[in-house]
Design a protein around this ligand. Structure first.
Ligand code: ADP
Length: 629
């Protein structure tokens, strides 16, 4: 299997998700964490026993002193010292267990957070183009980070707080039963009440925390969108409006946060009251028993000390519930968004595409962009293609021309399986691309898109992205063939120059040449050029045309072109309009036909409409587009 093979799907339930990580790589460490927490609290739970012994010994000593039968220092040492040492020993040993737990956690939580983030990111990156169009990049990044953090917080609660409560309740129950059965009955009753109330409140808390985390993600996404378009905000002097919009959105965040916090405040109020009633009742009974002589002072001290320890731990857990449900809500929200079926399924084990000649066949293609259906009564189907068929021979160079919105970009994106088809199929050398591994399909097709994406990395890294392990010489050779070596060497940082986010520190033409160099390096049998030369000055365009002709050799080429001067040398020119091929032929043949291509040619050569189809459909109102035609 190749390194880019999809990873198996992750569980979408937070518990099964966490368990999967624990089982796969953290089981021993999690067991150790539990043991250390149990040891720490278990020893602390024995403190009331030592306290009872110590208090009883001291009481005996003072009785003796009062009755004049003091045993002196020897008696003090013999009766009191062992209890004192036991108490000190328990404290020290309990503290050592707690430190041990922290030490194990040092090797658990950061590693778990790392593993969760990597696996979720792996799942995220395989989603379809529509998924990334529908979700803010900032939101997605934040969800991955949040999931890593909430996983370790949940683990902490499970391996520390819960264990502590279980152990302390077990010890408390045993000790209180030994002092008086009623105490044990009270502890059981109170525990049951506490857990029932907590369970009843848990679901609502989860819902509120989920709503809050959704709100936070959406405002983060919005903020990142504005930051990414900061220049646009400045250019249109919309700072005030953006700030007001963001502030409105943040108001929603405040409301969700207040709802959650108010609910937790109420929850704590009730839980704390139940705890107080329990503690006061327990100590009240103990006071009455001790004054009536049914209980020794030592027993009283033990009950008092136990009530404080149990109370402190249960209260600790109640306050941790805020974190628990919040983190559970955050993790389930992140999993809901990320762990969903990939729009374009790519199950492991599919065969790789084997390109022998590079023949491409589009067969009866039916496709509409997701959500583009204009509705049953609108009279529009929203379909980009409704039965398009096209055969491209191996090594053929085909240009796609036609007005904006004709479906040219969609056609080449379908070739890379970026959207699921509603009907028909696409074959490369006789293999249906829907049945091959996505990685092999992407390896077979090199693309220079209309707006090339660049990482905020060095120019060298961006070019080398075309071929894994490409060395410096290969990068320089590709840059030279794409005619971008000159401008790179003129930069102070040379090939190490950082290009800025999405390549913002390069001009449009430079960005495109870097993308062309990257495609040279990829050396794929099928080449897709989408307006590859649109941002180049005429001198560079000439050089690029030359270079591209070299690259075309031995490859099947589909080039989307708006400037017809760049397509005259192609084997075939397809004139597309409304998702249909209206004309198919070479330049001279199409001019002779005197159809739409010839009209477009004359208009461009005539110079009144230099580049009509380069205008994205979304930027031009429908009526204006009609006028342009
Ligand atoms: P061309 O490349 O010929 O300009 P496109 O293939 O980009 O045309 O677009 C074909 C049609 O599909 C247009 O109506 C366009 O608005 C629509 N379209 C393109 N991309 C999307 C998308 N991601 N979601 C919805 N509709 C889209």
């Amino acid at each position: 299997m190749s390194s880019s093979a999809p990873s198996p799907s992750l569980p979408s339930s937070p518990w099964r998700f966490l368990w999967m990580f624990v089982r796969e790589g953290f089981l021993c460490r999690v067991i150790l964490l539990n043991l250390a927490a149990a040891g720490g609290i278990g020893l602390m739970g024995l403190e009331p026993v030592a306290m009872r012994g110590l208090v009883d010994a001291l009481a005996g000593l003072s009785d003796n002193q009062r009755s004049g039968t003091s045993a002196g220092t020897a008696g003090w040492t013999a009766e009191v010292m062992p209890w004192f040492l036991l108490l000190g020993g328990l404290w020290i040993a309990s503290a050592l267990f707690n430190r041990l737990r922290e030490l194990v956690d040092l090797h658990t939580s950061p590693a778990l957070r790392h593993a969760v983030q990597v696996r979720l990111f792996d799942q995220l990156i395989d989603h379809s183009s529509s998924y990334f169009q529908d979700n803010f990049a900032g939101t997605l990044g934040q969800k991955v980070k949040q999931a890593g953090q909430s996983s370790i917080e949940l683990l902490e609660i499970l391996t520390n707080d819960i264990i502590r409560i279980v152990v302390i309740l077990a010890i408390g129950l045993t000790l209180l039963a030994s002092a008086q059965t009623l105490f044990a009955v009270l502890l059981v009753g109170w525990t049951a009440a506490h857990l029932t109330v907590s369970a009843l409140l848990a679901r609502r808390c989860l819902r509120l925390s989920h709503a809050f985390s959704e709100e936070v993600s959406s405002t983060t996404g919005r903020m990142v969108d504005i930051i990414a378009n900061a220049e646009l905000v400045r250019a249109f002097a919309r700072r005030r409006q953006e700030l007001a919009g963001l502030s409105d959105a943040l108001t929603g965040e405040i409301a969700r946060s207040k709802e959650l916090r108010w609910f937790l405040t109420k929850m704590w109020f009730w839980l704390f009251n139940v705890l107080l009633v329990f503690q006061i009742t327990l100590i009240g009974i103990a006071v009455s028993d001790a004054t009536a002589g049914r209980m020794s002072v030592g027993d009283f001290a033990m009950v008092f000390s136990l009530a404080s320890i149990v109370g402190a731990n249960v209260w600790g857990l109640s306050t941790r519930m805020l974190g628990f449900f919040e983190q559970l809500g955050i993790l389930s929200g992140a999993l809901e968004l990320i762990v969903r079926p990939h729009g374009i399924p790519d199950p492991p084990g599919r065969p790789d595409l084997v390109v022998t000649g590079g023949a491409i066949r589009f067969e009866d293609l039916r496709f509409a962009h997701p959500g583009s259906d204009a509705g049953p009564n609108s009279g529009k189907t929203g379909a980009v293609f409704d039965g398009l068929s096209l055969t491209i021979r191996p090594g053929e160079r085909v240009a796609l021309v036609g007005p904006s919105g004709a479906g040219k970009s969609t056609l080449v994106r379908l070739l890379r399986r970026q959207f699921p088809l509603q009907g028909g199929r696409i074959l490369i050398d006789g293999q249906d691309i829907a049945g091959v591994s996505l990685a092999s399909l992407n390896r077979a097709v090199a693309e220079v898109p209309q707006l090339p994406s660049l990482f905020h990395r060095s120019i060298r890294d961006n070019i080398a992205y075309g071929s894994e392990g490409a060395d410096d010489a290969a990068v320089r050779a590709a840059a030279a063939r794409a005619h971008c070596d000159r401008f790179i060497e003129e930069r102070a940082g040379g090939y190490g120059t950082m290009v800025g986010e999405r390549g913002i520190q390069l001009s449009g033409g430079e960005r495109q040449r870097v993308a062309i160099a990257r495609a040279f390096l990829k050396d794929a049998p099928i080449l897709v050029l989408d307006e590859a030369t649109s941002s180049l000055d005429s001198e560079t365009e000439h050089l690029i045309q030359d270079a591209l002709l070299g690259l075309f050799e031995g490859r099947t080429v589909i080039a989307i072109a708006h400037r017809l001067s760049t397509v005259t040398g192609m084997d075939r020119i397809l004139y597309l309009e409304g998702g249909r091929i209206l004309e198919d032929g070479d330049h001279a043949g199409l001019l002779r036909r005197d159809g739409p291509y010839a009209r477009l040619w004359r208009r461009q050569v005539g110079g009144f409409l230099p580049d009509e189809s380069a205008v994205p459909a979304g930027d031009v109102p429908g009526n204006l587009r009609e006028e342009v035609r």
